[in-house]
Design a protein around this ligand. Structure first.
Ligand code: G3H
Ligand code: 13P
Ligand code: NA
Ligand code: ZN
Length: 328
């Protein structure tokens, strides 16, 4: 059954667990998430970006989740829209049946330029007003995702201009967070602590100076009743990086957010943990390996099955580590 983000995260806070929120674009990803949830009895958050809607088409995306609810009737599902660039995007998703939307007002509608605080409050409050009237939850974001090492906003391929974000934009301020939550009424707040989207987050295994879990604790101490969200929280599994490169890939050396750091965050108010890159890497690695080892095969179901299994294993490991296993 579909439930709202608020319902799920209130339960997570009561019971002290965190929820991975996996991005999905196609049937195999939905299968992987739902199979893993079934194996360990976890609720799920499936999130779709504007890019996912463009890839699959709105009806396919919507029906994938309807199909998941039908095929897996015992698993509570939050259908969340990831990174809405402007209120109109969120409104369209609400119309489409999403039970939760993210209004990302930390950036202007171009999704590149940092916005002003006043703009962020205004657009987020606007979405909350309509969404709450319809029982839909809202996630806001305060602070900009980006690297404390380089000031880069974090591009998918590791490229991008250095130093576009300054230190204060890269770490959410606890006082401002309190004001933002009060003014907007968001159900969950995404915070900036040095993580960025994509595989190229850290040039070395992160330490406290470049991954500010301490900041999570300071924000949670100031707004203990707000559900915190960590974006850019893929762990960038080194074993999948190796497999990709061993079977014809060419990814640079890079590091993600260690699972144990996320677990530390969950002890201090983090309830939703966004993960996309890890499933992309597992899927690509598994497909490269399968095709290299089975050169005679040409039935796509075989390599897609390998991809689904690899993604499922990651999902299951996160449900177990974050404590949502057994909570469905
Ligand atoms: O926010 C980033 C997520 O990983 C979604 O990525 O926009 O390529 O679908 P996407
Ligand atoms: P990753 O790129 O670390 O998987 O982050 C995904 C994310 O934050 C989606 O909103
Ligand atoms: Na989101
Ligand atoms: Zn994100």
């Amino acid at each position: 059954a579909l439930i709202s983000l608020r319902q799920l995260l209130d339960h997570a806070a009561e019971q002290g667990y965190g929820m991975p929120a996996f991005n999905a674009n196609n049937m195999e990803q939905v299968h992987a998430i739902m199979d893993a949830a079934t194996a360990v009895d976890s609720p799920v958050i499936i999130q779709a970006s504007a890019g996912a809607r463009k890839y699959a088409g709105e009806p396919f995306l919507r029906h994938l989740i309807v199909a998941a609810a039908e095929q897996y009737p015992d698993i509570p599902i939050v259908l969340h829209q990831d990174h809405g660039a402007e209120p109109a995007v969120c409104f369209r998703s609400i119309q489409s049946g999403f039970t939760s939307v993210m209004m990302d007002g930390s950036l202007q509608a171009d999704m590149k330029t940092p916005s002003t605080y006043e703009y962020n409050v205004e657009v987020t409050r606007k979405v909350v007003e309509l969404a709450h009237a319809l029982g839909v939850s809202v996630e806001g974001e305060l602070g900009c995702l980006g690297s404390l090492e380089t000031g880069m906003a974090g591009e998918e391929d590791g490229s991008g201009a250095e130093g576009v974000l300054d230190h204060s934009q890269l770490l959410t301020d606890p006082e401002e967070a309190a004001d933002f939550v009060k003014k907007t009424g968001v159900d969950a707040l995404a915070i900036a602590i040095g993580t960025s989207h994509g595989a190229y987050k850290f040039t070395r295994p992160p330490t406290g100076d470049i991954l500010a879990i301490q900041r999570v604790k300071e924000i949670h101490a100031r707004i203990p009743n707000t559900h915190l969200v960590m974006h850019g929280s893929s762990s960038v599994p080194q074993e999948w990086l190796q497999i990709i490169n061993n079977y014809g890939g060419d990814m640079g050396q890079t590091y993600g957010v260690p699972v144990e750091e996320i677990v530390e965050g969950i002890k201090h108010g983090v309830r939703k943990v966004n993960i996309d890159t890890d499933l992309r890497m597992a899927s690509t690695g598994a497909v490269r390996k399968f095709l290299a080892e089975n050169p005679k095969d040409f039935d796509p179901r075989k390599w897609l099955k390998a991809s689904t299994k690899a993604m499922k294993d990651i999902c299951q490991a996160r449900f177990e580590a974050f404590g949502s296993a057994g909570q469905a």
